[in-house]
Design a protein around this ligand. Structure first.
Ligand code: JD8
Length: 411
């Protein structure tokens, strides 16, 4: 059994941490999975009243925690190291700290020894934190953007959030996976018996026995809840609404359309390869231009240095490059507008991005254009369906490139 996670909490209200003796955390401490120790700071105040606070230099309301008791308490803590020379990671709850998140909890759960310095009053003399940082890692952490009277509530919450990630503390580790904030999405709604309660039914899919359908329903619920309740958690791209063509592409919050430049080349190459990988698999041949092109080739295509006269548009959501398309007049026919390299991030499929990008290219065609041209893999069923839905018709016979077909549409 791996060494227990040790957590030392220093406070003037040790009874505040009594809940860490209850439930899962309490049992894990009994089982030796966790070593939680609570220390009363007043043990390190030696005057008759065991004073731990004094008036603030510079005046002002309230009191400040004195440095001496803290210095002595931290000395004693370091002297109690299980492994000679090891030091704890000291967490200091404060409203001005780094937000405590599930990601930080996961980080801290990998560490062997944590300590939490719970302040009270107006806070701890700043020199205590500076001096501590000279001897151990120190992180100022905030539980949230509201003001508490001290650090104990934060110590409780952080200790529970970290301790429950220690293997064996939560019986069914699987349940940790689909929790809110674990993967950036909120949790799905849960139900139990009876199937009908106060005329309210449990969603039928959950009683269908179709595990695939249940998983899809739960994921959709998580996406919808997150988009409604916590859109900030969703990358702007994930919060992308379903697009109906190029209309309003610019109006979509967080969505930027621009003509691509060399600066976009790196991300474009990544998206291009990601989008043509499935095409290569379908074609049974990965030696296709989008997969073969180098970064230099992509730069040349964006700057026009390759002489191919393409104009490339890139679509960004929240700064992330999520789609692109290019268009040009046909070499041999100024009345034909060619669209190419239409690509949309795989995780954003089903939002009308492809159609919006196709629309974007067609709208850029000069008035002289009477016909649109596009090309795709002969086995690329979804592309063929998309282009035919957009009014294109397949040109009989082989397409411009091996393994492809051409499609055209009258303007
Ligand atoms: C530690 C003293 C009280 C705070 C004057 C009120 C965390 N998210 C959070 N909100 N508040 C705290 C917190 C508050 C604390 C202490 C943490 C120590 N106080 C002080 C400054 C204003 N009083 C917190 N984590």
């Amino acid at each position: 059994m791996s060494a227990a996670l040790r957590v030392d909490v220093l406070t003037i209200f040790p009874e505040y941490l009594a809940p860490l003796g209850l439930s899962l955390i309490g049992r894990a401490r009994e089982q030796g999975l966790l070593d939680v120790r609570v220390h009363d700071l007043r043990e390190h105040a030696h005057d008759r009243h065991r004073t731990v606070d004094d008036t603030p230099y510079g005046g002002g309301a309230g009191m400040v925690m004195k440095p001496e008791p803290w210095g002595e308490a931290l000395d004693a803590l370091l002297a109690s190291a299980g492994t000679p020379g090891s030091v704890p990671h000291l967490l200091v709850p404060t409203p001005s700290g780094r937000p405590f998140t599930q990601a930080l909890a996961r980080e801290l759960a990998t560490e062997p020894w944590l300590a939490v310095a719970c302040g009270r009053y107006e806070g701890i003399d700043e020199r205590v934190l500076e001096e501590a940082a000279s001897r151990m890692p120190v992180t100022l952490v905030s539980l949230g953007d509201y003001v508490l009277n001290g650090g104990e509530v934060a110590a409780l919450a952080m200790t529970e959030a970290v301790a429950r990630l220690v293997p064996g503390v939560v019986g069914n580790a699987e349940s940790l996976v689909e929790e809110s904030h674990e993967d950036g999405l909120l949790e799905y709604p849960v139900y139990t018996k009876p199937p009908v309660w106060r005329e309210r039914e449990v969603p039928a899919v959950l009683r269908s026995g179709d595990h695939g359908a249940v998983a899809r329903w739960r994921h959709q619920q998580r996406l919808e809840r997150t988009a409604v309740r916590r859109p900030d958690l969703l990358h702007a791209s994930a919060a992308l609404p379903v697009l109906t063509g190029a209309d309003g592409l610019e109006e979509v919050a967080g969505l930027e359309v621009s003509v691509g430049t060399a600066a976009d080349a790196g991300e474009l190459l990544v998206l291009q390869r990601a989008c043509w990988l499935p095409e290569g698999r379908l074609a049974g041949d990965f030696d296709i231009p989008p997969m073969r092109e180098s970064l230099e080739d992509v730069v040349a295509g964006l700057t026009g240095a390759d002489g191919a006269r393409w104009t490339t548009w890139v679509l960004r959501a929240g700064g992330r490059l999520i789609g692109s398309v290019r268009g040009r007049l046909a070499d041999d026919d100024p009345t034909t507008w060619e669209t190419g390299r239409l690509m949309a991030a795989a995780d954003l499929q089903g939002r009308g991005l492809g159609r919006a990008l196709l629309d974007l290219s067609e709208r850029a065609a000069p008035a002289s254009v009477r016909r649109f041209w596009i090309n795709t893999g002969v086995r690329s069923e979804s592309n063929l369906r998309r282009y035919k839905r957009a009014g294109y018709r397949q040109v009989p016979g082989p397409g411009r490139y091996p393994g492809t077909v051409d499609l055209t549409k009258r303007r």
